[in-house]
Design a protein around this ligand. Structure first.
Ligand SMILES: C[S@@+](CC[C@H](N)C(=O)[O-])C[C@H]1O[C@@H](n2cnc3c(N)ncnc32)[C@H](O)[C@@H]1O
Length: 216
């Protein structure tokens, strides 16, 4: 109760002030990007075509955008790669926001857009959707500072499915979240293919990760 009040207040302030130091310059996150490239390579089979539209959901600072860009660009001439993040103005200890950092990671990538917005406000359709580590239980949602009113995993999943034209890759953290993800698919009547554990030589994580593919 108190935690939610605090999250609502902080979220309101940062979303409205949009404060950040300017001109973030960091290191390009090659490890995260290589990891994302690798898991896409292992789990998505694409054919070449002129145009591809991709949505990344819950992009945070989008440190891994180059992995997605490199993967999809192999298959098309024109790539539109959009990332959506509801809490884009969350600040790091150095007073740069995720939004500012995302500006750095996406710099120079043609056709890439980072939206500081709620997934529910996205209305366009996408050929591919990538959703890495959705919040499917209230605890991580709360501890990442989001107000409870935005915790609606079933509604978000159904919305994402409504935007999808071809394939969506969802990766969950830990067995419990992967089990809950399955329940969400079943409640929403969405057919899915479990991929089992998602492994990559590029990065190792404390919690095992599990994947699902949803096809239209
Ligand atoms: C566990 S993080 C995963 C971040 C990133 N995909 C990664 O793998 O590093 C989940 C992200 O989803 C974002 N998120 C939660 N609800 C959302 C919504 N309704 N619309 C857009 N982003 C949302 C959160 O703010 C958070 O940044």
């Amino acid at each position: 109760m108190f935690q939610d009040l605090k999250n609502r207040f902080d979220f309101f302030i940062r979303s409205h002030t949009k404060f950040s130091r300017k001109n973030y310059r960091g290191e390009i996150e090659n490890a995260e990007s290589d990891y994302v490239f690798d898991i896409l390579n292992q789990n998505l089979k694409l054919s070449k075509r002129e145009n591809i539209k991709v949505l990344d959901i819950g992009s945070k600072n989008w440190a891994y955008v180059r992995g997605e860009y490199k993967f999809f660009k192999q298959f098309c001439t024109n790539l539109q790669l959009d990332g959506v993040e509801i809490d884009a103005y969350r600040l790091y200890a150095n007073l740069y926001s995720r939004y500012e950092a995302a500006g750095f990671y996406t710099k120079g990538l043609k056709g890439v857009n980072y939206y500081a917005d709620n997934l529910l406000n996205i209305k366009e359709e996408y050929d591919y959707i990538i959703w890495l580590l959705p919040f499917v239980t209230p605890y991580p949602h709360r501890s990442w500072g989001l107000p409870e009113k935005y915790f609606m995993p079933e509604k978000l999943l159904e919305h994402a499915y409504g935007l999808l034209r071809e394939e969506m890759l969802i990766v969950n953290q830990g067995e419990e979240e992967a089990e809950i993800q399955k329940i969400l698919f079943e409640k929403s009547g969405i057919l899915y293919e479990p991929l089992g554990r998602i492994l990559s030589d590029c990065l190792e994580f404390k919690n095992n990760r599990y994947g699902y593919i949803v096809r239209k």
